[in-house]
Design a protein around this ligand. Structure first.
Ligand SMILES: [Zn+2]
Ligand SMILES: [Zn+2]
Length: 275
């Protein structure tokens, strides 16, 4: 498998090492696709030229007609050519300035097996900031699920970051999250956009809510600090500054997996020294 590994830090924040997980996870800068998973899919008829880039582009543009571009505001059903890849690149440049540069992937002090995403010392992320895009492999809806799958509004594909993803895949779950995930569109591409819901100070951990169904289907309880005892998350995630809902964005919900075993926080990465 091509690609680079992630760099992680121990809980003391000092020692940097390669994050090794099972299965191995590789760092990507854009979506990837396994063509073999799509050959017999009904959507394949629309793919045209059978290249990875072409299939990715077609998938990302599927069923966007009701969505509005986060950058230019044009509706997906508009056929004017003004909205496209330049919107996506300009949006990222203008509104995701950090792009993961102010975070560390750190090993939790309570377990050698568990990683999380933390704001770097002497850095800060302010409220309502876009911090990144959830990336991964585009897999057909109904594929064997992993614990790193995210739904979106395409009705064709889901994003699976189990084996290939960016730093956002390491964010743990909390019942009072400080980051929310939007399923939206930018430059005629579906986008899972991560946005802070409050200021996040240096060394603080970033959290999203995996949703109650995630824990229910795994038969586990959430052990986050929102309650003293292990618990099921509330049916609707608690947002302390939930003022940004609009008609055209919906919270992305994760897909659950019933086969994998996991620790009781429902998180994410286990160390493996023998890959
Ligand atoms: Zn646009
Ligand atoms: Zn919780």
């Amino acid at each position: 498998m091509s690609g680079q590994l992630f760099r992680g830090f121990d809980c003391d924040g000092r020692t940097s090492h390669k994050v090794r997980t099972r299965p191995m996870v590789h760092r990507i800068n854009d979506f990837v696709v396994d063509l073999d998973k799509w050959r017999d899919h009904e959507a394949a008829a629309d793919f045209g030229k059978w290249t990875e880039a072409n299939v990715i582009n077609k998938l990302l543009a599927s069923n966007i007609s009701h969505l509005y571009c986060e950058y230019c505001g044009e509706k997906g059903s508009e056929t004017k050519r003004s909205c496209g890849m330049s919107c996506y690149t300009e949006f990222k440049k203008a509104f995701i300035p950090h792009s993961g540069r102010v975070i560390d992937i750190k090993r939790h002090s309570d377990s050698e097996m568990r990683y999380g995403v933390f704001v770097r010392p002497r850095s800060k992320i302010t409220a309502c900031e876009y911090i990144g895009e959830y990336l991964g492999e585009l897999v057909p809806i109904g594929s064997k699920t992993s614990r790193y799958m995210f739904q979106n509004q395409s009705r064709v594909f889901e994003v699976d970051a189990e084996r290939k993803g960016n730093w956002t895949r390491f964010i743990n779950s909390h019942c009072v999250p400080n980051v929310k995930v939007w399923s939206t569109m930018c430059g005629k591409r579906h986008m899972l956009l991560l946005q802070t819901t409050r200021d996040i100070e240096e060394k603080e951990e970033l959290y999203i809510s995996y949703g109650r169904s995630y824990f229910e289907s795994l038969g586990i309880l959430c052990c986050c600090s929102a309650q003293d005892e292990p618990h099921l998350p509330p049916l609707v995630p608690t947002d302390i500054t939930d003022t940004t809902d609009t008609a055209d964005t919906t919270d992305a919900t994760d897909v659950t997996d019933v086969t994998d075993n996991t620790d009781t926080t429902g998180t994410t990465v286990r160390e493996d020294e023998h890959e």
